[in-house]
Design a protein around this ligand. Structure first.
Ligand SMILES: Nc1ncnc2c1ncn2[C@@H]1O[C@H](COP(=O)(O)OP(=O)(O)OP(=O)(O)O)[C@@H](O)[C@H]1O
Ligand SMILES: [Mg+2]
Length: 230
């Protein structure tokens, strides 16, 4: 990968969690590159450090040592607060438990981050409706998440993550709460959007089906890189 082709360059990071007087090294001198347009799956057993690594790639957590380069900019020493604009404008998040706002309708859930971005009313409406259509839940637009199925909620999270035109989507176990059929259609949808929009996708998952859909795979164990397949 040339420098221009790399979106996130993780260089020799460690992440230590401090619990009272004990320390837990969740990531141990790990390096990896996320290429632009990749559909990268981070796989490994429970407790291996997948979520920890994903949170660092998504700029919602910081490593204890090592460096992070995001689009050729070294962001290692920038505080998480100061990274808010980067997250808002460039990164979309999809979580296992959806993290939708229960009192808002599907439409309003998609609209909210676009309001934060300061887009105009008309543009927001167009984008929100476009992505709700694209993920196949336009007919549920005015319903709240509690009246949607698990698969529909995950489609809504995808619409919300993508409507802001992010460079990067990070998804933590996006299929964990879905049955097989829904899980497969969610991953296929994410893969299609990755190809269609060119958005880079990084997924943490131990689901074999998800791993099979990846364009590249990073296997980790005990916080260290085991192997990488392109
Ligand atoms: N906030 C935290 N404080 C202390 N230890 C933590 C914290 N978050 C994670 N850990 C520990 O760090 C290690 C890696 O956790 P992580 O959540 O990254 O694993 P994972 O690979 O995502 O696991 P899973 O497949 O179960 O989601 C685990 O041993 C975990 O107990
Ligand atoms: Mg995890």
């Amino acid at each position: 990968m040339t420098v221009e082709e790399i979106l996130v360059d993780i260089q020799d990071i460690s992440r230590i969690y401090y619990l009272g007087s004990s320390e837990l090294k969740a990531l141990n001198n790990l390096s990896c590159k996320v290429g632009k347009g990749d559909f990268l799956v981070i796989a490994g057993p429970s407790g291996s450090g997948k979520t920890t690594l994903l949170n660092i790639i998504g700029c919602i957590d910081k490593p204890s040592s090592g460096r992070i380069i995001f689009e050729r900019k070294d962001i290692t020493d920038i505080s998480l607060d100061k990274l808010n604009p980067l997250r808002l404008n460039h990164i979309g998040f999809i979580f296992q438990s959806f993290n939708l706002i229960p009192v808002l309708t599907a439409y309003e859930n998609v609209e909210l981050p676009l309001l934060f971005k300061g887009l105009g009313t008309r543009e927001i409406r167009e984008l929100a409706e476009k992505f709700l259509h694209r993920v196949g839940i336009a007919d549920k637009m005015h319903q709240r998440p509690s009246s949607l199925s698990g698969g529909q909620r995950q489609r809504l999270s995808i619409a919300r993550a993508l409507a802001g035109n992010p460079t990067l989507i990070v998804a933590d176990e996006p299929t964990a709460n879905l049955d097989r059929k829904n899980a497969e259609s969610i991953i296929e949808l994410m893969r299609e959007l990755n190809k269609e929009l060119g958005v880079t996708v990084v997924i943490a998952s131990h689901d074999q089906m998800v791993i099979e859909h990846a364009s590249s795979r990073l296997f980790i164990q005990d916080g260290s890189k085991l192997i990488r397949h392109e």
